[in-house]
Design a protein around this ligand. Structure first.
Ligand SMILES: [Zn+2]
Length: 374
């Protein structure tokens, strides 16, 4: 295995002229921060309208109290106006931090799960997964992760830093270091599928020049992702079409007796022309006709996560379009290398195909349980 490490960027120390002021403000800041954090951790029910609900109002009330306290203690100083302006700025920064914390926490399954993830220096969610899965990593500080020879920069969100880490389908089971945390990959058996197609159709797969040309365009599109989560905390991932599952994720495929790799998607058979909806909101990274996958759409959901819809009879969106979860984006077809009308559907995390079943009928972070902080 390749070496992996988490490199934290170090913050600059506070400058001396600000030191005295900071000392005064730290007390107030801690009071506000602790109040907010305690509420996040110990509110009685995760069901009471979520973390962004009633506690936010009471938190604002706490912050207001803190503001008044600071104003009173500093009003007798000679440079009180200037100090108050600085205090106000710091207070606003603290309020912004608390709001970011609330926004981030709303994505988690529960208040407890959010608190557990936010308390850890580095948390892998989930800490146990299978080949072909994807995990989400949250770090307390910015930096990057190395995993299987690739570098994954952590992107800011809320009060933390995030990246998806794909577990390629051929990853050996075992325990891996991921920065300062660990990831356990369990063994999983994938069935074999044997396809028989006409020699004419099979010869399609040999046009390597055209296939390589397409691949360049696809790789470029999937390399460019918005560094934010483009979906709301309360917007579930949707099954893009109601269809009969003809090929599950991960099947090892043989076409006319020859090994043809793993099928890293699900195939859903449905009548030609059946509407296909976006699984989640995002931005169309690419909508074009490709040699093997036919009319194909890639939707960027941010943070390096894309969904893919292939073999469509029609494309109803264009590259660059913003789409919402549930919006019709195309129609089921059999374009490209396909034996009948179906939707080939999958997710990609940082250009690695990952199991779409993890996401379906789930809210954004709910397929992940935070790992045990170490
Ligand atoms: Zn397929």
């Amino acid at each position: 295995m390749e070496p992996r490490s988490l490199r934290h960027a170090r913050k600059q120390p506070a400058s001396k002229p600000l030191f005295a002021l900071l000392l005064v403000l730290i007390t107030a800041g801690i009071a506000v921060g602790v109040a907010g954090w305690n509420m996040l951790r110990s509110a009685p029910s995760p069901e009471d309208a979520g973390i962004a609900g009633p506690p936010a109002e009471s938190r604002d009330a706490e912050a207001l109290d803190g503001s008044q306290r600071i104003a009173n203690t500093s009003s007798e100083e000679p440079e009180s106006a200037a100090l108050r302006a600085e205090e106000q700025a710091l207070l606003e920064a603290e309020q912004a931090r608390l709001a970011a914390e609330e926004q981030e926490a709303a994505y988690y399954r529960s208040r407890e799960a959010a608190a557990a993830a936010m308390e850890a220096d580095l948390v892998v969610m989930p800490a146990t997964a299978y080949p072909g899965d994807v995990v989400l990593v949250r770090a307390r500080q910015e930096g990057e992760l190395e995993w299987q020879g690739k570098t994954y920069p952590l992107q800011p969100f809320g009060t933390g830093f995030y990246t998806y880490i794909p577990i390629p389908i051929r990853t050996e089971p075992g325990s891996y270091e991921l920065g300062e945390a660990s990831l356990t990959v369990l063994a999983k058996a994938f069935d074999t599928q044997r396809l028989e197609v006409s020699e004419e159709q099979n010869s399609m797969r040999q046009n390597t020049e055209r296939i390589a040309e397409d691949q360049k365009q696809i790789d470029a599109a999937r390399a460019s992702s918005e560094p934010v989560f483009l979906f709301a905390a309360d917007s579930p991932f949707l099954l893009p079409v109601e269809g009969r599952l003809t090929t599950p994720f991960g099947f090892t495929r043989y076409v006319n007796g020859a090994y043809a790799g793993s099928h890293t998607a699900i195939d859903l058979a449905a009548p030609e022309g059946t509407p296909v909806v976006a699984t989640q909101s995002g931005i169309v990274g690419l909508a074009a006709d490709f040699y093997l996958t036919g009319n194909t759409i890639y939707i960027d959901h941010g943070m390096g996560l894309f969904s893919q819809y292939a073999h469509l009879s029609e494309l109803l969106v264009e590259t660059g379009d913003e789409v919402e979860a549930g919006q019709v984006i195309g129609l089921v077809g059999s374009t490209g290398f396909s034996t009948g009308p179906h939707l080939h559907f999958t997710f990609w995390a940082h250009n690695v195909p990952v199991n779409p079943n993890l996401f379906l009928d789930q809210l954004p972070f709910h397929w992940m349980e935070p790992g045990e902080p170490e």
